[in-house]
Design a protein around this ligand. Structure first.
Ligand SMILES: Cc1ncc(COP(=O)(O)O)c(C=O)c1O
Length: 402
């Protein structure tokens, strides 16, 4: 008689706190779509879902790599031509004192490896609130409690320095800075970067500078790299092809490690151990890194033109709509309006999907100051889609909160 396993297989308890609101919400949207409704998706930051295309010369490079048999494993830190191109890019960003460069399967894997290589039980890492939820999900997976610092809405969503100071404990090992920011679209000032660097210096912190959106500065003011402001400090700068180069499905990211060699080298040995343990990043796609970073950057002109127009349309709607206010985003493709409503923002977004088929993400999915409510808009869709979505959200709010 065949033996059947009767006891259910339960997931590890540590997954209890792993949340990723952006994708979790997509399940509700799928349910509504299955009922035959057309969803207006303002929730997922994938430009390829909209009128943006991966530059042709990058596709050509990956095709050529596959055709030429680059389909085996690569070395664990990445192919030499890509590493050299990333070093060149780092130099253009003003980063000196580079101690290592490595390619990963998206910045998501850079984050996973960099955090795994750093944190012991009982340690903590300062992460922004609101934050891109990958960080809290990875920390939950490693059973590291959250230690968040606020971004200050009254100060254009700049990091709240006083809060950072209050949150540093003897077990704080580092700080994450997302700049340009997801979900607020804010961009850090040089003065702010210098102040954060000073705190890191005083408290022996490593800085994880997530700069995945650094070429998507909407108003053409310069992006200042954290590592360029603090060449002496241990900084890992995260970058990749997903956003700046419109290829999120290729899963190509990287880390640039800079700072005093004697300080950062032992940690980098740990990072490299983990890089070797997972063999390598996607191999053929790595052949697009050099053409992307060193080839024509024309696509950025068009991308920024679209983002500027769509950001402005978004801000106009926010300004004209009762119960909504919003700090204007200066980078990336997200806006994070505040809403004054008599119910929780997760109820707001769930009902909005069910009643008007518009998907946005609730502020509580990113974290926010107690007593405040927000939702995140991805303003990648074209003007016609955004206009329809904003009309639907406006109707929903009037009908529900009149
Ligand atoms: C701030 C930030 N970091 C990292 C990622 C993940 O990037 P990747 O596609 O390279 O894994 C995202 C994706 O939305 C992001 O917004």
């Amino acid at each position: 008689m065949p033996v059947t396993q009767a006891r259910e297989i339960t997931p590890a308890a540590r997954l209890e706190n792993v949340r990723y609101a952006i994708r979790d919400l997509a399940c509700i949207a799928d349910e509504v779509a299955r009922q035959g409704h057309k969803i207006l998706p303002l929730n997922i930051g994938d430009p390829l879902n909209f009128d943006f295309q991966t530059p042709a010369h990058m596709i050509e490079a990956v095709y050529r790599a596959m055709r030429d048999g680059k389909n085996g494993y690569s070395s664990s830190s990445g192919i030499p031509q890509a590493l050299e191109a990333i070093r060149g890019e780092a130099a253009r960003k003003g980063i000196s004192n580079i101690q290592d460069v490595f390619v990963t399967s998206g910045v998501s894997e850079t984050v996973d490896i960099c955090l795994a290589a750093l944190l012991n039980p009982g340690d903590n890492l300062l992460t922004p609130c609101p934050d891109y939820p990958l960080y809290s999900a990875v920390l939950a997976k490693f059973e590291i409690g959250l230690n968040t610092y606020y971004l200050n809405e009254e100060d254009g969503w700049q990091p709240d320095l006083d809060d950072i100071k209050k949150k540093i404990t003897p077990r704080t090992r580092g700080i994450v800075l997302i700049n340009p920011n997801n979900p607020t679209g804010s961009v850090c000032t040089r003065a702010m970067l210098e102040r954060i660097a000073e705190l890191a210096r005083q408290h022996n912190l490593i800085i994880f500078a997530d700069e995945i959106y650094d070429k998507l500065i909407i108003d053409d003011d310069p992006h200042i790299a954290m590592a360029a402001v603090a060449p002496d400090l241990p900084v890992i700068t995260f970058g990749g092809l997903s956003k700046n180069y419109l290829a999120p499905g290729w899963r190509i990211g990287w880390g640039i490690a800079s700072g005093e060699a004697s300080v950062i080298k032992p940690y980098l040995e740990g990072v490299n151990k983990l890089l070797r343990a997972r063999l390598c990043a996607n191999h053929p796609e790595q052949y697009a890194i050099k053409p992307a970073l060193e080839g024509p950057q024309d696509h950025l002109v068009e991308v920024k033109r679209k983002l500027r127009s769509r950001r402005d349309l978004t801000m106009k709607w926010c300004a004209e709509t009762a119960r909504v206010s919003c700090v204007a985003p200066r980078g990336a493709f997200y806006a994070y309006p505040r809403i004054d409503i008599p119910e929780d923002d997760d109820v707001f977004v769930t009902e909005l999907i069910r009643q008007k088929y518009v998907t946005v993400v609730h502020g509580s999915g990113f974290g926010q100051r107690p007593g405040t409510k927000h939702f995140r808009i991805v303003f990648l869709p074209d003007e016609k889609t955004l206009t329809a979505a904003y009309a639907a959200i406006g109707d929903f709010m009037r009908e529900r909160y009149a």
